[in-house]
Write a protein that binds this ligand. Sequence first.
Ligand code: HEM
Length: 428
Amino acid sequence: MRFNLDTIDIHTPGRYASQGFPWREWKQLRDEAPVFWYERDDIEPFWAVTRHADVLTVSDNARTFINGGPRLRLALKGEPELLRGGLDSFGTSRSWDPAEPPDITFMDDPRHRQTRKLSSWAFTQGCMRSVADHFDALAQEFTTRFMENLTRTGHCDFVHELAAKLPLAATGEILGLAPDDWKQLLVWSNAMLGEVAPEHMQPGESVPEAAERNMNELRAYLEDLIHTHRAPGGGPSPFINRLVTGRVNGELLNDQQLNGYLFLLIGAGNDTTRNATSGGLVALLDHPEQLARLSADPTLIPRAVEEILRWTSPVISFLRTCTEDFTLAGQPIRAGDTVCVFYPSANRDERVFREPECFDITRDDNPHLSFGFGAHFCLGTNLAKAELRSMLKALLPVLPKLALTGEYRRIANTHVSGYSTLGVRRIT
Ligand code: HEM
């Protein structure tokens, strides 16, 4: 079946929730119009970039394609862009500067590089090697508890009961947050994606109102943390102590900048890794021959993690603003135009991946772009991979006892994708 490219939908959150990724539409775009001017009534137009090579070019040319322009994430007309909304009520009540970039993803070099450096020391491969055994133990503990619970109840929600646990614990530990607060972080980071479970809503509140209240609560929590760590002698978190004393261009970060920094680290680290875990579970259960291979040879876990990342592509898209006339794949782009890169599409590009529609945990050449590329390459790459390796190690022995119930809900979002609930049952 061929689509009319002028009517395809690759931009509405509802589409991603009800039908998942627009794989066939992206394939047709890659084949026929890899840099496509996408114009619809309910969104400002943008160039849709769907091929691997072109996503790389955009990501690797941070001077031409900047993050600091007017748009960074897809948002329908009249809806605030994800993460910029924080300024609306909390930021206004604190008289924050609306011109200040909300976090490093909105910055460009040199400020971006300097600000990113204030935390990148905590996410190096060396740091992750030193916590690998600890992550293994945590993943094992969470999985054992999950299986005990599942044995008792027969079925449960995999996202809430297991996939969410390690990302929260890992973020909580690296940021030095109190374990009692980790559960609440989950509610808050879900709210960042506009997801609020009924039990976390107040009477009479709409979902957007509940999401905003939750984000404001997170901002207030971070504000307290920042003040505690600014006090003489610092606070209990070595990470936050270092962040509040770090300087960019000789200046300490102010409350607004620190709040935005921590807000990003909490948001970026939780839902993405959780979605890779739940999407990975579905992929393995849907491909029993791959699961059998992995069970027979657990040394394949690192490769399986890469394939799960390619397959699930938890981050869908990012926008850039073009600063000068540029020709991308033969298509002239004008200064001021918005460009949108679609990572899942790049990860299925048949020009780069052998049999891209095949989930293959032994794939050895796997240059997926799930973590982006270039100046803004995901800061948490090593952490996410370490978590996913630990989760897979812990899950592998119990996977033959799990089946999908067929009940699930997908996140209604065009920036981060995945399951908000995923029913599993125990088989004997
Ligand atoms: C499977 C899990 C994850 C995926 C798929 C993912 C994906 C991405 C992507 C696509 C980007 C944008 C890259 C670009 O613009 O080129 C990004 C940026 C970022 N990620 Fe991740 N991420 C994951 C986990 C994490 C974790 C665990 C953290 C923890 C701190 C994290 C922190 C960040 C930050 C801070 C940025 C902004 C970097 C910058 O602008 O310089 N991510 N991530």
